[in-house]
Ligand binder design. Structure first.
Ligand SMILES: C[S@@+](CC[C@H](N)C(=O)[O-])C[C@H]1O[C@@H](n2cnc3c(N)ncnc32)[C@H](O)[C@@H]1O
Length: 262
C-alpha cells in the first residue's frame, strides 16, 4: 500500500489509483462484477417511470451501467466517475447514447431532475457519505430512487485480524456498520440497508494485495503509516500457500425513495 494521503490529496490519490487501474480492472474485479449484477437486478424491480433519467456515480469500467442498460430501455443516462480513464473506458463499452462526465460524486455539479441515482461500490471512497446522499436526494424528482452497493464493517476482517495478532494496524479503510449506514440515508423519504457477506478466496496474501492494486483500491485508510518491509513479510507469512486467505466483503445494499409530491 502507498502512504496515506488526506482530504483533497486523498481524493486525488483515489482518482489516480483507479485511473491507472482502468485497463487491468475488469480482469481482477470478480466481486465488483457480481455486486453490480445483483444491484442491477434489484434496481430493475423498482417502480421507475418509463424512460427514467438516470445518474450513475463512480461508474468504473461500466459493470453496473452495462448490466442496467437492457433493463431500462429508453433511459436518459448521465454516467460519471472521479477518474477520467474510467469514464473513457466505460464510454467505449456502453451500448447506447449517454452523457459521460468526470465528476466528484460527493458533490455532483448537476441540475435536479433524476428518477434514479445509482452507485456500485463507489461511496465507500467518499469522505462524508451522509452529506453526499443528502445532496443526491436533492437531485431526485419526487418519487425518485437512490440505489447503491457499498462495503460495511467486517470487510477485510481476516486481513485486519492478522495484523492485530502481530501488534500491527492494517492499511485497509474502516467501514460503517448497517446501523450507521441506515443513519446516513436522507430524510424526506423511506429506505433501508441490507448486508450480504461475500467470501473471496486468494491463494496467498500477496495475491490479495495485488488484486486491490490491479483494481485501483489500494489507497490506504486516512492516517495509516505504511508497514516496514519486515512487518509486511510477517503478515504475509500467515497466508502462505496452501492455506491462502479467504476474505469477507460485507456488501451493503442501500435503497431510498424520495416522497412523492403532495
Ligand atoms: C471499486 S470501483 C467500482 C466501479 C464500478 N461501479 C463497478 O462496480 O465496477 C470504485 C469507483 O469509484 C470511483 N470513485 C471513487 N471516489 C469517487 C468519487 N468521489 N466520485 C466519483 N467516483 C468515485 C473510482 O474512480 C472507481 O472507478
Amino acid at each position: 500500500m502507498i502512504a496515506a494521503p488526506i482530504g483533497r490529496t486523498r481524493k486525488k490519490a483515489v482518482a489516480a489509483a483507479f485511473g491507472s487501474a482502468a485497463t487491468s480492472y475488469d480482469a481482477h474485479a470478480d466481486l465488483q462484477q457480481r455486486v453490480a449484477q445483483r444491484l442491477a437486478g434489484r434496481i430493475a424491480a423498482l417502480p421507475l417511470p418509463p424512460a427514467p433519467r438516470v445518474l450513475e456515480i463512480g461508474c468504473g469500467t461500466g459493470f453496473l451501467s452495462r448490466a442496467l442498460a437492457p433493463r431500462l430501455p429508453g433511459a436518459d443516462w448521465v454516467i460519471t466517475d472521479l477518474a477520467e480513464p474510467m469514464v473513457r473506458h466505460c464510454q467505449r463499452g456502453f451500448p447506447g447514447p449517454a452523457r459521460f462526465l468526470v465528476m466528484d460524486g460527493e458533490r455532483p455539479c448537476l441540475a435536479p431532475g433524476f428518477d434514479l441515482i445509482c452507485a456500485s461500490l463507489a461511496i465507500q471512497w467518499f469522505g462524508d457519505i451522509r452529506a453526499a446522499l443528502g445532496r443526491w436526494a436533492g437531485l431526485l424528482n419526487p418519487g425518485g430512487h437512490i440505489a447503491f452497493a457499498t462495503l460495511a464493517a467486517g470487510t477485510f476482517a481476516t486481513w485486519r485480524e492478522a495484523h492485530h495478532t502481530l501488534g500491527l494496524r492494517a492499511g485497509v479503510p474502516d467501514y460503517p456498520d448497517a446501523g450507521q449506514l441506515t443513519g446516513f440515508l436522507p430524510g424526506g423519504g423511506t429506505g433501508g440497508i441490507g448486508i450480504e457477506p461475500v467470501r473471496c478466496p486468494y491463494p496467498d496474501g500477496l495475491s490479495f494485495l495485488e488484486t486491490l492494486r490491479r483494481i485501483g483500491a489500494d489507497v490506504p485508510a486516512h492516517g495509516h503509516q505504511p508497514l516496514a518491509p519486515g512487518q509486511l513479510r510477517r503478515v504475509l507469512r500467515r497466508f502462505e500457500a496452501p492455506a491462502g486467505l479467504v476474505e469477507t466483503y460485507e456488501t451493503a445494499y442501500g435503497f431510498f425513495r424520495k416522497e412523492e409530491a403532495p
